[in-house]
Design a binder for this molecule. Structure first.
Ligand code: ZN
Length: 248
């Protein structure tokens, strides 16, 4: 039997040295940061609430001794601090990982249908520009394993929301049922926000079908297991090499 890989990679993100990232299958507990990268000291995860709040992780947020930090009521994190592992947990929703090849800043986002309808993808791009001065054309974004349009049946009320947002192209009708392509919606919203199409990488792995290795809420219900996607900045961009040191 073929064993699944330890974690999946985005070819686009892996082409750059400034980050380490991965899309892990179902986990009961989040791993310690040192397991994901030997120099990592902090792992930051979110109390995900299907909103559109993005926060920039600062040194002040990492002040305690704990190796894991939970950020309340947030669905996206950005950081320019090396050695800080950002984690998004999903079980069908879309995990997004983002990277700036110049500064090596990284981000993770939880994007289910609600966050996508709120355009959390656009919020992410805005915050990169506003808070870190990183223009959309520099961003490289990976759209991780999520429930595909093969499995993600939705009702008319959700479909109407996507029609209203100009995302009708993400809806598929088959046998009088409606299916939503959440990954395509993320891609379209990132492109609308100015991220070049060639810098967006979609991993075509459906959590609904791939019960090894992925958790799926639609298939399994509340199993206590979730997929964990992570990204960490591992080295300084040229601009800030002299100013920053590894956290803590
Ligand atoms: Zn599927």
């Amino acid at each position: 039997m073929n064993r699944p890989p330890l974690w999946y990679l985005s070819g686009r993100l892996a082409a750059f040295r400034g980050n380490i990232h991965g899309f892990l299958g179902k986990q009961a507990f989040l791993p310690n940061p040192g397991v994901l990268w030997h120099r990592a000291r902090k792992l930051v995860w979110m109390e995900q609430v299907h909103g559109d709040t993005i926060q920039v992780v600062t040194r002040a947020m990492l002040a305690g001794k704990e190796s894991q930090v939970r950020v309340p009521r947030t669905d996206g994190l950005i950081t320019n601090l090396p050695g800080v592992v950002l984690v998004v947990r999903t079980a069908d929703c879309v995990p997004l990982l983002a990277f700036d090849p110049v500064s090596h800043a990284v981000a993770c986002v939880h994007a289910g249908w609600k966050g996508t309808a709120l355009d959390i993808q656009g919020r992410l791009v805005e915050r990169f520009e506003r808070d870190l001065g990183i223009p959309p054309r520099r961003l490289v974004v990976a759209i991780g394993p999520h429930i595909g349009p093969c499995c993600y049946e939705i009702k008319q009320d959700v479909a109407s929301v996507f029609h209203e947002k100009g995302l009708s192209g993400c809806l598929e009708k088959r046998n009088a049922k409606i299916y939503l392509d959440l990954g395509m919606a993320s891609r379209l919203l990132l492109e609308r926000a100015g991220v070049p199409s060639v810098q967006i990488d979609t991993l075509r792995l459906c959590t609904g079908r791939l019960h090894v290795p992925f958790a799926s809420f639609r298939r399994d219900g509340l199993s206590g297991l979730e997929n964990a996607s992570f990204i960490v900045k591992v080295s300084h961009g040229p601009v800030e090499r002299r100013r920053l040191s590894l956290v803590p």
